[in-house]
Every structure is written in structure tokens, then in C-alpha cells.
Design a protein around this ligand. Structure first.
Ligand code: NI
Length: 226
């Protein structure tokens, strides 16, 4: 599913990220693109191992661990260390699908990419263009969220970033290996968890809630891979 997650970072955290990114050195974004991606990718990135990238990456990973909506939607097994990109002066990223498998450089572990995430670090009125367009069987969806908000979507989706014709678009992007590989099963669990939380808040029958919550966990147990 395609899901917006508000307020992943606080205003202060966004401000800190922006200060670090303003002072950082940027490189050609093709550094992390595959063969197909490098033909359509035209943006700038922070070098993966730079101190700025690591520091902000840790900050974001910490925020994700405390975000119940992200955990419920992605059911993460592993999160790729966050990367950072910048689009200005007409830069864009054409149609592509993210790689299926990536090596986490620091550990040498491979991660299967099930879910893709973009965390916006500039507000929509700071730049023209720069929409993230994501295609699924229901059509094309456009995302351009306030700074600190994040969009997660299935890594199987075709997507692109339209040219930034004014100002500067800053974002963090990264990928998640989910405990639930199958997108349909992951969506079902998310819907079920959302309903259980609502029932909890509205004082539903206790015994039914225990059964339903148990069924959620038993489905998770049946399907989860670490
Ligand atoms: Ni992509």
C-alpha cells in the first residue's frame, strides 16, 4: 500500500538535518543507481559513508523505531541506512523500479527491498516540481509532503521524480526488508492492526478483542520471516 506517515521528524529535527545538509558536500546520485537507473537518474546525493550521512541516518532510524504507524505498515526486518538526495536546476529522476537486493556496505549483509520510503526534508512551497509519482494498478499517485513527513510504497512500483524547476528539494530515501514479503499479506495485516487499534480506543468487547488480536499475531507468526 501507499501510505503517508506524518511527523516522522519534529520541526527541530528537520531544522538540524537542513543545517547539516547545507554544510555537506554532494556527489552525483548515480553512485548508488543500477545500470537501468543510472540512465534516467539526474540528482545529487550525500556520499554514503560521509559523517553527515551517518549522523542523520542514525537520527532517522531512531525516529522510525518510535513510529508505530511505520512499524505497523512496513513490519520491518531490516532498514537500509538512510541516504540523502537533492534536486535543483531542473534535476529529476525518470521512470524506474528500485533494485530488488542491496548490499549494506557497513555489514556486508544483503537486504531484500520490499518497501521504498521517501522522507521529505523541504516543504512543498520551497520548490516547484519535484513530485514523486508512483504507479500502481489504480493509476498514478503524486506525493509532495511537508518536511518531516514520509511516504512508503511497495518497492515493486514504477516511480519517478519530476524536474525541480525552482528552489531545492531535499529528502532522505531508503528501503526496508519487511518480515512480510508478500505485499497483499502485509496490507492485510496493516488493515487488521488499524482496525484493532480503533476497537481498542472505542471500548469494544474485551473477549472479542483478545481473540482478534491473537489472530493478528498468529497470522504474523505464520508468515513472518526474519
Ligand atoms: Ni527509486
Amino acid at each position: 500500500m501507499l501510505l503517508s506517515i506524518p511527523d516522522v521528524l519534529t520541526v527541530e529535527q528537520v531544522r538540524h538535518c537542513r543545517a547539516v545538509l547545507d554544510a555537506a558536500d554532494w556527489i552525483d546520485g548515480r553512485a548508488t543507481a543500477g545500470y537501468q537507473g543510472s540512465k534516467v537518474k539526474d540528482n545529487l546525493q550525500l556520499p554514503e559513508h560521509s559523517p553527515a550521512s551517518r549522523e542523520l541516518g542514525e537520527l532517522i532510524l531512531g525516529a522510525l523505531e518510535r513510529n508505530p504507524l511505520f512499524i505497523s505498515a512496513a513490519l520491518p526486518a531490516q532498514v537500509y541506512p538512510p541516504l540523502f538526495n537533492r534536486y535543483d536546476g531542473g534535476k529529476n529522476f525518470g521512470d524506474h523500479i528500485d533494485n530488488a537486493v542491496r548490499l549494506i556496505p557497513a555489514t556486508g549483509n544483503k537486504i531484500r527491498i520490499d518497501v521504498s520510503a521517501t522522507l521529505f526534508l523541504a516543504d512543498p512551497d520551497e520548490y516547484e516540481g519535484g513530485e514523486l509519482l508512483i504507479e500502481d494498478t489504480y493509476g498514478v499517485h503524486s506525493a509532495k509532503l511537508p518536511a518531516g513527513h514520509m511516504i512508503v510504497y511497495p518497492a515493486t512500483s514504477l516511480h519517478r521524480v519530476t524536474p525541480v524547476t525552482r528552489g531545492m528539494r531535499l529528502a532522505s530515501f531508503f528501503w526496508i526488508q519487511s518480515m512480510i514479503r508478500n505485499e497483499g499479506q502485509r496490507t492485510l495485516l496493516f488493515d487488521m492492526d488499524t482496525a484493532i487499534q480503533r476497537l481498542n480506543q472505542t471500548g469494544a468487547d474485551e473477549r472479542a478483542l483478545v481473540q482478534l488480536t491473537g489472530s493478528y499475531h498468529n497470522l504474523l507468526r505464520m508468515w513472518a520471516e526474519m
